[in-house]
Design a protein around this ligand. Structure first.
Ligand SMILES: Cc1ncc(COP(=O)(O)O)c(C=O)c1O
Length: 433
């Protein structure tokens, strides 16, 4: 008998889920509809058709429980999916905890995060609708990289408005997007009226996701051959990300385990929704599982925001969404977790937090990086600063298991690696946090 410990729980490519899970079929309280910003009446498909293809608009409002994944999308997913579920044995030993800790490693995708799960689907549906160009925003650079990668595969042009502070902190994210053929513009820019209006008030604006979204939406709305693509927040984005949790459920079944706690960091809600929504379904059906969203104290939409209708962007171009929000003109301080600097939250996550099915907590940057380094030393992987929020919470739960002498199973989403975030780690090591 081999004494080698098993660490990775793997699925064969033929075990890849063939349908996404749509929580809208099972929500105890349905979502409030998006509103047309001018009339404040529920927005219909026509209000969205200027910037999204009809397949995605229909997914946005669908209440079908399972939505088949097109074969063309599955054939791209197999470049990196199924992703490994890893038992973090070395971290468990370092913490001397009775907890079993598992992480789903979404950092193995070519762009390095969970984001291509939806980027590939969105590029596919836009191509199918005859669209030639996609615009988008990116904070940390992960989403822009994912859409650049996906557009390249389906032969679409890609224009990325990158939040200026990230553009400056992460020049190699830009190079990566350009390698896949995208055009990258620092935001706020003088290319759009939304960008020019911000610059006239604050020429030194560090930018924000809300501003970059305004710029990308404005460009898409002004051209027939161009659509807009959003990397988080919307229902169809969370839908595509559920492949993470569906795989994780199959993987945990293989080792006869089930989580007591599922953890994800929270920016707009897509990686948390991705790993957690299949478990929320179980919770609605009576399972005892806690779901935890982790956000930065610098941008605490779920823990300190109000549940209200608000715009998804800064300039007020998008439909109004019912969500936890800090206000669409909120510009968070330039923390390193650029992908968590968003004023709002996904309507689905907001509904589930309001209904008590998801808990939320917030951490400062310093303890988050303490956890990132502890994880890197134990498990080898250097996580993205966004992901490190989930790791902080997972470590704290594991420490609590030790203090209480209780064995619990903890599952968290390793949403991305931090190879392009080393300047943030430098700042941490230099004591500048
Ligand atoms: C690695 C990583 N994790 C998490 C996030 C947060 O986004 P979301 O809440 O949509 O998963 C981002 C966003 O850029 C990211 O790059």
């Amino acid at each position: 008998m081999s004494s080698v410990e098993s660490t990775k729980i793997l699925l064969e490519e033929c075990e890849l889920p063939k349908a996404w899970y749509n929580i809208q079929a099972d929500l105890p309280n349905p979502l409030d509809p998006p509103l047309n910003p001018a009339t404040r009446e529920p927005a219909g498909p026509g209000d969205l058709a200027g910037i999204f293809p009809m397949d995605l608009i229909l997914q946005e409002v669908s209440t079908e429980r399972y939505i088949p994944i097109p074969e063309e999308v599955l054939n791209v997913y197999t470049l990196w999916r199924p992703t490994p579920l890893v038992r973090a044995r070395r971290l468990e030993r370092a913490l001397d905890t009775p907890a079993r800790i598992y992480y789903k490693n979404e950092g193995v995708s070519p762009p390095g995060s969970h984001k291509p799960n939806t980027a590939v689907a969105q590029a596919y549906y836009n191509k199918k609708a005859g669209i030639k160009r996609l615009t988008t925003e990116t904070g940390a650079g992960q989403w822009g990289s994912a859409l650049s990668f996906a557009c390249n595969i389906f032969g679409l042009e890609c224009v990325v408005y990158m939040v200026k502070v990230s553009y400056e902190q992460k020049p190699y994210r830009r190079s990566m997007m350009e390698t896949w053929g995208a055009k990258v513009i620092p935001s706020p820019s003088d290319k759009t009226s939304a960008g020019r209006s911000i610059l006239s008030k604050d020429p030194e604006s560090p930018g924000s996701l809300g501003i970059a979204i305004s710029e990308a939406v404005e460009e898409a709305a002004s051209r027939k051959d161009t659509n807009y693509s959003l990397g988080s927040v919307l229902n169809h984005v969370l839908l595509h990300q559920t492949i993470i949790g569906l795989e994780a459920q199959k993987q945990l079944e293989k080792v006869s385990d089930y989580p007591d706690i599922v953890i994800g960091c929270h920016g707009g809600g897509s990686n948390l929704g991705g790993i957690a929504l299949p478990f929320v379904r179980d919770k609605i059906n009576g399972k005892d599982v806690r779901i935890v969203a982790v956000e930065p104290t610098a941008c605490p939409s779920l823990t300190r925001g109000r549940l209200d209708y608000d715009f998804g962007d800064t300039a007020g171009l998008t439909p109004l969404l019912k969500m936890y929000t800090l206000g669409h003109d909120f510009v968070p301080s330039p923390i390193h977790a650029g992908g968590l600097r968003y004023h709002g939250a996904a309507p689905i996550i907001s509904r589930l937090v309001a209904d008590g099915l998801i808990e939320a907590k917030a951490y400062d940057q310093k303890p988050v990086f303490d956890a990132a380094v502890q994880f890197a030393k134990a498990e080898g992987i250097i996580p993205a600063p966004e992901t490190a929020h989930a790791i902080r919470a997972a470590i704290d739960e594991a420490i609590r298991c030790k203090e209480e002498g209780v064995q619990r199973t903890i599952l968290f989403n390793l949403s991305g690696h931090g190879h392009f975030d080393m300047s943030a780690y430098d700042g941490y090591f230099a004591g500048k946090m």
